[in-house]
Design a protein. Sequence first.
Length: 225
Amino acid sequence: MVENPHRICVGLLSGHRRLLSINRAHCSCVRCTALFVPSGFPRMASPARKFHAVWAATGGSPVTAGGPYPGRALWLTAIRRYLLAAAAGNLVWETAQMPLYTLWHTASARAIAGAVLHCSVADLIIAATGLIGALALTGSAKWPDQRRAPVTAAVVVGSVCYTIYSEYVNTVMKQSWAYTGWMPTLPWFGTGLSPLAQWLIIPAASLAWAGRTTCNDSPKMHQHV
């Protein structure tokens, strides 16, 4: 038997049976195997045959742990879409909730625009960090096809916890910003309900959109398996 199933080319050299190993990506050498290997000689191991079958069926496309993915990986596309949706959603939310902060009534338009931009960039960093942590703790190699709900729950829980901490530090301890009387707050913690709702809704909605639009292509990608 071939000792290493990941080496898939067998041939004859100088009249004696030898193993000639090349990278499994060269499918043409697998075809050569059928020409030069005698009928009594052991054939390729099963994993190598499976690899060749998948490679040939997908036209030489990359293969991941979840199967063939022609041209791209689902998880990478889902992350990009999530970050895009989170960036847009947080920018709109930060702009809409600005009248609930005293800065809206005391600062210039330029200062308000700078605050919105600053907060939106910080929100994007938080969103990216939260997703990385959630994937590391609860994700899998086949996300977003699998483990989508645990990842979403971890992102939302982590984001909400950080929001409660950040709002308390900046409104109570450092007093970096303040709410107006129109801002409803969370009892005991004093966290504004608007930023709290922001991190309940936007991460979940962004992940739902990113996972749904990505996984809509999944049947096409797996049709050759």
